[in-house]
Design a protein around this ligand. Structure first.
Ligand code: AHM
Ligand code: MG
Length: 335
């Protein structure tokens, strides 16, 4: 008997039916994220063919170079989500402030979306995998008015869904609504994301470690000792420099990803709202652990600013536990 293909849309509708109180609004929002991902995917795939490559010349709010494809992805996600009528505001890594959305449709939107529209942007020019990261919150402000900053300054714990899209050798959309993690691969022949990885559970351990080892001397002692330990154990170092790709590998093969604080970034480089919370949400849902280098659970960290950053160590449960022992042993030592 042929296996029936389950598309993302079908999967979303089936999941919605399991919740009798659902209004369908959340499902439409997830579906729209899938649509925006397909549009961005089309552009990422032909990036080498058209004049869309290259640094645009501006910098984003945290000082990085913004490339044309970042701008394109940002615009497409904002445009698609704005039309949907389900979202009252968007906060993007590429925008300094959040963007309130006024719906033309006769309804009140209940959700806000946070996103890094194109993660790993330094990889665009060289045809290496990039990704999109997103998180969804229920708004806290009254439904009949515009969204407010408090709608976005919620912890990872408050997220109602999170996911990423990996534009790689094939394009995958991986997401969770707090009930396990599922992955969908884009079938270009039918233009649909099809369920390919049901209920993803990451291995409790592995032998990959993923860190920018070039910054080794800029890390705190306990992180250097832990990285030495990974090397002593002959773990394999893999670092793409695109968080989505690096996490995707360890999600399936087991491993640990680290972006510790450095002298340049004493509070860490990765953004809590757009990168750390959504990835931590998925890692935890897949059975892994996500902590800061000070051993706080990422999902619990309080957020005070849209572009707040954090150190992060996440991955297979047993490997993060090992890392924790190094922090406990060497963390108090004066360097
Ligand atoms: P970006 O969102 O501007 O692309 O920056 C985030 C990326 C992550 O994907 C990746 O883990 C990290 O920055 C790489 O940084 P570095 O080059 O400092 O190692
Ligand atoms: Mg980015």
């Amino acid at each position: 008997m042929l296996n029936k293909i389950v598309t993302l849309d079908e999967f979303i509708i089936r999941s919605e039916k399991q919740n009798p109180n659902s209004s369908g609004s959340f499902s439409r929002l997830l579906r729209d994220i899938g649509i925006a991902a397909k549009i961005v995917n089309r552009e990422v795939n032909k990036a080498g063919l058209v004049n869309i490559l290259g640094v645009e010349g501006s910098t984003n709010s945290t000082g990085d170079d913004v490339q044309k494809l970042d701008v394109f992805a940002n615009e497409k996600f904002i445009e698609t989500l704005s039309y949907s009528g389900e979202v009252c505001g968007i906060a993007s890594e590429e925008n300094q402030d959040f963007i309130p959305i006024k719906s033309d449709l006769d309804k009140t939107a209940q959700y806000v979306v946070v996103m890094d529209p194109l993660d790993g942007s330094s990889n665009i020019d060289v045809n290496v995998s990039v990704g999109t990261i997103f998180g969804i919150y229920k708004r806290k402000s009254p439904e009949n008015g515009p969204c407010q900053i408090e709608d976005f300054l919620q912890t990872g714990q408050d997220m109602v869904a999170a996911g990423y899209v990996l534009y790689g050798t094939s394009t995958l959309l991986v997401y969770s609504t707090g009930n396990g993690v599922n992955g969908f691969t884009l079938d270009p022949s039918i233009g649909e994301f099809c369920l390919s990885h049901r209920n993803i559970q990451m291995p409790a351990s592995g032998n990959y470690y993923s860190v920018n080892q070039g910054y080794y001397l800029k890390f705190d002692l306990e992180m250097r000792r832990y990285i030495d330990h990974c090397s002593d154990l002959n773990y394999r170092l893999r670092y793409i420099g695109s968080m989505v790709s690096d996490i995707h590998r360890i999600m399936f093969q087991g491993g640990i990803f680290l972006y510790p604080n450095t002298r340049k970034y004493p509070k860490g480089k990765l953004r809590l709202l757009y990168e750390c919370y959504p990835m931590a949400y998925l890692i935890e849902q897949a059975g892994g652990t996500a902590l800061t280098c000070k051993l706080e659970r990422i999902m619990d960290i309080e957020i005070h600013a849209l572009h707040q950053t954090s150190s992060i160590v996440m991955g297979s449960r047993d490997m993060v536990k090992d890392m924790k022992e190094f922090v406990e042993k060497y963390g108090a030592v004066i360097q």
